[in-house]
Write a new protein. Structure first.
Length: 131
């Protein structure tokens, strides 16, 4: 391992420790409990059709390590329809649906670094009716 890769490993470990949030990653009946992801960018999207009918969603990206995303030891990549369950600081359970974003090559993720160790997962929050 060269010096650059050693530095990347150290920074990734530190990032997970400092900013990581435990989540449950779901695909059908399969789950990865205690997966540590980094909450990344958040952006509200307004899909309103008429002025009196608001339809909004909250898009959020999550940073994952490719080696951590594995069901029963078998590595996988994010797919549209997967779910991320996360409990926020207020104790509210929030569910994010993994989605394909236009202009992203038809994928639900992209690599975030040149070593391809990290994945930026695209999601939209499945919001409760009262929010």
């Amino acid at each position: 391992m060269n010096l650059f890769n050693s530095a990347i490993q150290l920074l990734n470990t530190t990032l997970k420790t400092v900013a990581g949030e435990p989540v449950t990653y779901r695909r059908g009946n399969d789950t990865i409990d205690g997966l540590v992801l980094i909450p990344a960018s958040t952006a509200p999207e307004d899909y309103s059709i008429e002025a009196d009918m608001a339809l909004t969603t909250l898009d959020r990206d999550w940073i994952a390590w490719a080696t951590d995303l594995a069901f029963a030891g078998e590595r996988t990549l994010p797919k549209s329809g997967d779910r991320i369950d996360w409990t926020d600081a207020t104790g509210t359970l929030r569910t994010y649906l993994v989605t394909v974003r236009s202009g992203k090559g038809g994928r639900a993720y992209r690599h975030t670094d040149q070593t391809m160790q990290q994945l930026r997962i695209f999601t939209s929050e499945k919001r409760p009716n009262n929010e």
